[in-house]
Write a protein that binds this ligand. Structure first.
Ligand SMILES: [Fe+2]
Length: 502
């Protein structure tokens, strides 16, 4: 019942006849020669749907012997069909990548598009057939629910027997961990088929997986075993918020920050995209970000607190200590979801600076009193040691914009380790010729100290117009990478990933 309501409401919004927007007379994509005024955006031209393969990346430096496993990554990688170009970075079809570190000094790379229903239909037709999050395209196929426009482009969740490609608006897609071949959308249960499964599941140190999904005023919670079986779930009405991207777990709670974002359905019906119809604070609404705190042991025990309005995409981690809840995340003063900066990325004419900064929110669950601490670095995509998820942590890793002039261009040029206890910063700046993606922390085998391990992630060399993976000693970032594995080709800038040890 709840699921039917969820899906039918979502589908109704999505199948609303949408007029083609003004881009039919369009700018940048019709002049590909002009693409890349901004060198850091070369990779955002995108691919045409082809898979990528490199058996042996060129290695500089010394790869650690103990680093064995696969760095999986996911991101939007196809932005244009039949001369029509998407208007928003979040719209592109998901390309899942596997960087394999075999422990003998060799690194291979594979990239395969997720064969979603949308991708397959549009590949066959040679044109876009359905709307996307940030681009209003008139549907040329029947729309039954969110999975019809699922692009599976945001992150991955490695499970023992499969790899999940994630997108926050619909089902996870299961892939083969070795070949990256698409198996199909995941049905956690009959009731939950087609329900949103966010791209930011949290994995506790024992492997327990928590996740959520939101849409049309509802929230779904998922509690999965380490092997990916559904143990519990709940669906309930949530406080108003048009976009919830990430959340956190602590020992006792699930916690969400719900910014004052609403969806202007009149704008959608008038032919606008969902991203363009996002509104920061509806008229007459209290301007606050709500903190939704849910008891892990009883999903019915939910509390809502209010804090000053701010936007959050990503959390580093959180913990509870008695009645004190501490959330560590990255915030911006307002929502950039539909703004020109995110749109310009897929047109190669990005202008502007990354404005997100690290934040700590300490919330007293007994009386609602709260205190915030803000950092000054421009950064995003925070990651912690997976052994401290849900517990008090000390160290957070980020890609950051630290180099001279880095604020004027797309992306980040540095990796940064921030010690939350001492405030100490340790960073390495690649320089103006590189753009750095999220780097994930990989514990060193046998190590027990938080932060003892490697920091592994991807980046793009703007001189060679090619992508690379870099590996750092996570306790000595400023020494520079231990090794860099270079590809002979460029991969579109990806969002998120995860490392699965071999
Ligand atoms: Fe994200």
């Amino acid at each position: 019942m709840q699921r039917r309501h969820f899906l039918s409401a979502g589908a109704a919004a999505l199948v609303t006849p949408l007029a083609l927007p003004a881009y039919a007379a369009g700018p940048a994509w019709q002049r590909p020669a002009s693409f890349g005024d901004h060198a850091a955006l070369q990779t955002m031209r995108g691919l045409q749907g082809q898979d990528l393969a490199c058996d042996s990346a060129s290695i500089e430096g010394q790869l650690p012997e103990g680093l064995r496993g696969t760095l999986y990554r996911n991101g939007p990688a196809l932005f244009e069909r039949a001369g029509q170009r998407y208007q928003h970075w979040f719209d592109g079809d998901g390309l899942v990548q596997a960087w394999r570190f075999d422990g003998t000094g060799s690194v291979s790379h594979r990239g395969r598009f997720v064969r979603t229903a949308k991708f397959q239909a549009e590949q066959a037709a040679g044109e876009f057939l359905l709307p996307a999050f940030g681009t209003a395209i008139r549907a040329k196929r029947p729309m039954r629910g969110p999975d019809d426009i699922n692009v599976a482009n945001t992150s991955v969740l490695p499970l023992p027997d499969r790899l999940l490609a994630l997108w926050e608006g619909g089902s996870a897609y299961a892939l083969d961990r070795d070949t990256l071949a698409t198996r199909g959308p995941v049905r956690w249960s009959d009731e939950l088929a087609g329900m949103p499964f966010s791209a930011h599941p949290k994995i506790e140190p024992d492997g327990t997986v928590w996740n959520f999904g939101t849409g049309m005023g509802k929230m779904v919670l998922y509690h999965l075993s380490a092997t990916g079986e559904l143990k519990r779930h709940a669906v309930f009405d949530m406080p108003p918020c048009a976009m919830v991207h990430d959340f956190v777990v602590t020992q006792r709670y699930l916690a969400f920050l719900l910014p004052p974002l609403t969806l202007d359905m009149d704008a959608v019906r008038a032919g606008g995209s969902f991203a363009g119809a996002m509104r920061w604070q509806a008229p007459g609404q209290a301007r606050s970000t709500r903190v939704l705190v849910i008891d892990k042991a009883d999903f019915e025990r939910r509390r809502v607190f209010e804090t000053p309005a701010e936007m959050v995409f990503h959390f580093a981690n959180a913990w509870d200590d008695g009645d004190l809840l501490t959330l560590d995340y990255v915030r911006t003063p307002e929502a950039p979801v539909g703004e020109q900066r995110l749109r310009s990325i897929v047109h190669g004419d990005f202008r502007g600076s990354p404005s997100s900064q690290p934040a700590l929110l300490r919330l007293n669950l007994r009386n609602g009193q709260h205190r915030s601490e803000l950092g000054r670095d421009a950064l995003e995509f925070p990651r912690v040691d997976p052994r401290v998820v849900g517990q008090r942590h000390r160290v957070v890793f980020y890609p950051a914009a630290l180099g001279r002039d880095s604020a004027q261009r797309f992306g980040h040029d540095s990796v940064l380790r921030l010690d939350r206890d001492s405030g100490r910063r340790d960073a390495f700046t690649f320089g103006p010729d590189a753009v750095i993606e999220e780097h994930v922390f990989v514990p060193k085998p046998g190590g027990t100290r938080e932060g003892e391990g490697w920091l592994v992630g991807a980046g793009h060399d703007l001189r060679w117009r090619a992508s690379f993976a870099s590996v750092f000693d996570a306790e000595h970032l400023s020494d520079g990478p231990l090794a860099v594995a270079r590809l002979p080709y460029a991969v579109p800038h990806a969002f998120h990933g995860a490392f699965a040890a071999a």
